[in-house]
Design a protein around this ligand. Structure first.
Ligand SMILES: Cc1ncc(C[n+]2csc(CCOP(=O)(O)OP(=O)(O)O)c2C)c(N)n1
Ligand SMILES: [Mg+2]
Length: 322
């Protein structure tokens, strides 16, 4: 059940992610963050809702659009901004930048700039859980663009064949850079194709944390009862350009949403509405917002003041194990 305390918690998490993204927008032109950024404005409720429903210690894998995953896993922005500034105090000592953020101690195992690459690795982690009889859950997040890659289907096949406990989460904005799904696919429906595997399936509105939470909880229960993978497709609206901090409606490949549509697509608007409906006071929500803003500004300041790593750091942590 999506209780009032869960709604409040998701409110805090969604606004943490949103305010971090807005802080990047505000500071990016100073050119101190030497990393491309794929902002997740519009997508925050997927990380918050899904990750809140996963069993503790679940292993998480994702893509370059990973800010929400990182902030959900760690629940704090210091390491996040340090890494974006290339500083020694970042989780990868400044070597990962935005696109390869990880925090293995918080179970965020791998994220990557190369589309589809973490999917088979996540399946390997789920296979290891099964092989070593460890139990445990794995969740892999990927964009709809990864569905056109062979490795996605091979991974789904292996997971279905072996009955692995892995949740495939498709973060579906119906865009690969500027190209919609219809212009990319020679098949009518990935939903029908996925349903042909021995795999649980569900889909829903990724702008709503309650939907993401409830659908994930249901799939986890099914997977616990009978081990096989699950595929959850969550649709959301990407508000900004593919990479960078600006809007891109001027390119004309999609229409700017009306203000009414923009509200419905906005996870912040949606979670606020849910919280108010559940009896949480506006004043308490405003308190959360101002505490988060203060915290984020402090993190950015710390990141700017932190030292860069030494050149020797380039030779450390070249190989990893999961
Ligand atoms: C293997 C591979 N092919 C192509 C690219 C170039 N590329 C970068 S992002 C992107 C679009 C991916 O879209 P999607 O998976 O839906 O993710 P989104 O950006 O929408 O979150 C492509 C094709 C890449 N990074 N990796
Ligand atoms: Mg996409």
């Amino acid at each position: 059940m999506f209780t009032p305390s869960l709604a409040r918690q998701c409110y805090e998490q969604i606004f943490l992610i949103r305010f971090c993204e807005e802080a990047i927008q505000a500071h990016y032109s100073q050119d101190e963050m030497k990393t491309p950024v794929h902002l997740c404005i519009g997508q925050e409720a997927i990380a918050a809702g899904v990750m809140s429903a996963l069993p503790p210690q679940s292993k998480i894998f994702g893509t370059y659009r990973n800010h929400g995953l990182y902030l959900m896993a760690t629940q704090e922005p210091d390491g996040f901004f340090a890494e974006l500034h290339g500083k020694q105090t970042g989780p990868a000592m400044g070597k990962a930048g935005s696109m390869h953020l990880t925090s293995p101690e918080h179970q965020l195992m791998a994220t990557s700039a190369v589309v589809g690459t973490t999917i088979p690795v996540a399946v390997g982690a789920a296979f290891a859980n099964q092989y070593e009889k460890k139990g445990g859950m794995v969740a892999v997040f990927f964009g709809d663009g990864a569905i056109e890659e062979g490795v996605f289907w091979e991974s789904l096949n292996f997971a279905s064949l072996r009955g692995l406990r892995i949740l495939f989460v498709c973060e579906d904005n119906d865009l690969a850079i500027h190209t919609p799904g219809k212009a990319r696919r020679g098949f009518r429906s990935f939903r029908d194709a996925v349903k042909g595997f021995r795999c649980y399936y569900d889909e829903g509105d990724g702008s709503r944390a309650d939907v993401a939470y409830q659908k994930t909880s249901k799939l986890i229960q099914q997977m616990k009862k009978k081990a096989q993978p699950a595929f959850l497709c969550l649709k959301y609206y990407r508000f900004l350009e593919h990479v960078g901090v600006n809007e891109d409606f001027k390119f004309g490949y999609r229409k700017k949403p009306t203000s009414q549509q923009a509200k419905l697509y906005d996870p912040c608007y949606q979670i606020e509405k849910i919280c108010l409906r559940k009896g949480i006071k506006k004043q308490s929500l405003e308190g959360i917002q101002s505490r988060l803003k203060e915290r984020i500004e402090k993190s950015i300041l710390k990141a700017k003041q932190a030292p860069f790593p030494s050149s020797q750091e380039l030779y450390n942590h070249i190989f990893s194990t999961i």
